[in-house]
Design a binder for this molecule. Structure first.
Ligand code: GLA
Length: 672
């Protein structure tokens, strides 16, 4: 697949929804797109009701004119199948294809994404409209890519879902005996004696079965992927050379295992809407996408010109659109796309902004959109080489799903927070990280971080063992290796799957209340630490861990026994005293083969985490690609990076020859 063949460079554009506007606006749109340097737009994402106003009655005339206009303007089209929002007639004709929530409520038409991917009527209607589009536009010169559906994520609990779930379970478990065993149905009289007795995890009296919930999430991801594959097959058949993708939505609620999906798309596409800390969140999202893509192209398909902070939609600060887009591109995105081209004047998302805002082209936003459009083509050479990563962080959707189960030892556990912290620490210290699955080939990474990897299969544990034996440095944090793939605890002491590798055995978990911080000190000098107010103790203690003031651990703690490992820090201080943790190991280190495996049984502050890893802060975002170097100053102060001065909000994309770079500046501590 020749991609991105249409432009040869980086894609720039966004969702274009001409159906929201009278035709006279379309010509202005194309003229403005040309002014802004737009070369790709996603068309028709939610246009099913316009394309098929009545069952089987198609109206393609308007879309013909839109595609022709765009093509005349030199703009390529990422043509969407509109299946994320069936028209009103569809739900009336097929009420059984509307979503049913866990509590049995059947949703009504009125928003979007109200469908059941397991309902035969919906599946058929999707294939018919995808086929009609492909037959109509297979040879249209504007067609550059297919955009199937939009942000898969609707979970349905109806009887169609139940039937499909049973079929999936039979395939996964083979026999009812195996399923009963995997789900520990001996607990609370849940033993199944016939497949028909099994349902999706619908609303129930008290805690649901965590293994059932986990399998249901796996099933939903697979079932939606099947829906994607069906459409892809239709499109592939008619347009074998046009790449097919779907845009991944990010978030803990998302019932999609993106790693599996990444194998099925020709281009990994993500939508990204940072909220609290846009630069760090952007780097995280981009590194995730690169990890899923694992060598194939990936693209930032949607971002906004505003930041959704939760309660507020805040206009991006001057230059922020460019900086965040640049961060995505530096980290591997084959362009920067937006939701959406023109801000809507009505409809549910009228305040979500657009490249052409409500104020029109005479606006700061559109000016910045034009500046970004002019910048991107200049970056093509800098993007030729792969992104260089100095570390890997292991991530797994299934571990996340298992840690979202109710009934865990703390209701405050947040897998993604643990992964994000690991990423943030590396990011703030100039280390680019690949976010990869525990089964990935880790041999190229000098450092691998394993945050809260609750579910670990035997095979993946073996992969980690091999990595360390061959000389790698592995840093495993609390709540890892605890359960098997059915979310059952591995017995004999935590972290079951990794005990031998880490040379420890954890006897008990001690989750901490928010106001408690345990002191961590060097095992041989527990009394030297407690000088928090001593002005003679220097603040900067990057060279040692724990530093001379000691460190603190919050949120979580564990009763760790050494079984071959040595303690790097022990729990001390008033909160530990009188508990089984007093004087016990908090952070350990174990040699295995020619490598080292560390275990961190509590949550460290970002600074302490960085000190443990021996990192020095990087004042700006840094990404290296072959001979090229991207530096982005997201802050409000001027920064100097190895010979370049970056003003507040400034950036530089240079070759190493232009810079006096110390390439060892952000290398993690070597343990052996
Ligand atoms: C996602 C969706 C778009 C739109 C935007 C809003 O990216 O794909 O349709 O809802 O969010 O920002």
């Amino acid at each position: 697949m020749d991609w991105p063949g249409r432009t040869g460079g980086l894609y720039y554009g966004g969702d274009y929804n001409p159906e929201q506007w009278p035709e006279e606006v379309w010509e202005e749109d194309v003229a403005l797109m040309r002014r802004a340097g737009v070369n790709l737009v996603s068309v028709g994402v939610f246009s099913w009701a316009r394309l098929e106003p009545l069952p089987g009655v198609h109206d393609f005339g308007w879309l013909d004119r839109v595609l022709d206009l765009l093509h005349e303007g030199g703009i390529a089209v990422n043509l969407a199948t509109p299946t994320a929002s069936p028209p009103p007639w569809f739900g009336l004709a097929h009420p059984d294809a509307l979503t049913v929530t866990a509590d049995g409520t059947r949703l009504s038409h009125g928003s979007r994404d109200t469908y059941c991917v397991h309902a035969p009527a919906y599946r058929d209607a999707c294939l018919r409209i995808a086929d009609a589009l492909a037959e109509r536009y297979f040879d249209h010169p504007a067609l550059a890519m297919w955009h199937v559906h939009n942000e898969y994520g609707t979970v349905c609990h109806c009887d169609h879902a139940a039937d499909a779930f049973r079929v999936w379970l039979r395939e996964r478990h083979g026999t009812l005996k195996a399923l009963n065993d995997a789900w520990t149905t001996s607990f609370w009289s849940q033993h199944y004696s016939a497949w028909e007795q099994i349902t999706p995890p619908r609303a129930t009296q008290y805690l649901p079965n965590p293994s059932q919930v986990l399998d249901f999430r796996r099933f939903v991801s697979d079932a939606m992927l099947d829906h994607f594959r069906d459409q892809k097959a239709v499109l592939r058949d008619i347009t074998p050379d046009i790449p097919v993708t779907t845009n991944f939505v990010l978030g803990d609620w998302v019932p999609v295992n993106h790693r599996h999906w990444a194998d099925e798309v020709d281009v990994v596409a993500i939508d990204h809407y940072p909220s609290a800390d846009p630069p760090a969140e952007t780097a995280f999202a981009a590194d995730l996408a690169r990890g899923w893509a694992s060598g194939k192209p990936w693209l930032l398909m949607e971002q906004a010109v505003v930041t959704y902070t939760g309660p507020r939609m805040v206009a991006k600060r001057p230059g922020e659109i460019t900086r965040l887009s640049l961060s995505h591109v530096a980290r591997g995105s084959r362009g920067a796309m937006f939701f959406q081209w023109r801000a809507s004047r009505g409809g549910a998302e009228l305040w979500h902004g657009g490249m052409v805002p409500h104020a029109g082209p005479d606006s700061r936003i559109f000016e910045e959109i034009c500046e970004l459009g002019a910048l991107l083509p200049t970056l093509v050479d800098a993007c030729a080489a792969p992104v260089e990563a100095g570390a890997a962080i292991l991530v797994d959707s299934e571990a996340n799903w298992a840690l979202q189960a109710p009934g865990l030892p703390s209701s405050e556990i947040a897998y993604t927070d643990a992964v994000r912290q690991a990423h943030r620490v590396l990011y703030r210290h100039g280390v680019t990280a690949d976010l990869v699955h525990p089964s990935a080939d880790l041999s190229a990474y000098p450092l691998v971080l394993v945050p809260a990897l609750y579910l670990v299969s035997d095979a993946d544990a073996g992969n980690l063992r091999r990595y360390v034996a061959d000389g790698g440095t592995l840093v495993v944090s609390y709540l890892s290796g605890v359960a098997d793939e059915h979310a059952r605890v591995r017995l004999g002491g935590y972290p079951g799957a990794l005990r031998d590798l880490l040379g420890i055995r954890v006897e008990e978990f001690h989750p901490l209340p928010p106001d408690v911080a345990l002191t961590l000190s060097a095992p041989d000098a527990p009394d030297a630490l407690n000088a928090p107010d001593d002005p003679d103790v220097p603040d900067d203690h990057t060279a040692t861990f724990p530093g001379p003031r000691g460190e603190t651990g919050t949120f979580w703690s564990e009763h760790v026994h050494l079984e071959g490992a040595e303690a790097l820090a022990v729990y001390t201080g008033p909160h530990a005293s009188g508990t089984p943790l007093d004087g016990q190991p908090a952070i350990t280190r174990h040699s295995h083969g020619s490598g080292t495996a560390l275990y961190v049984s509590t949550r460290l502050s970002d600074d302490a985490y960085a000190r443990l890893l021996g990192l020095t802060p990087a004042p700006v975002e840094l990404v290296r690609r072959g001979d090229w170097f991207f530096a982005v100053n997201h802050g409000d102060e001027e920064q100097k990076v190895e010979g370049v001065t970056l003003p507040p909000g400034g950036f530089a994309v240079r070759t190493h020859d232009d810079l006096d770079l110390d390439r060892s500046a952000s290398r993690p501590r070597e343990w052996h």
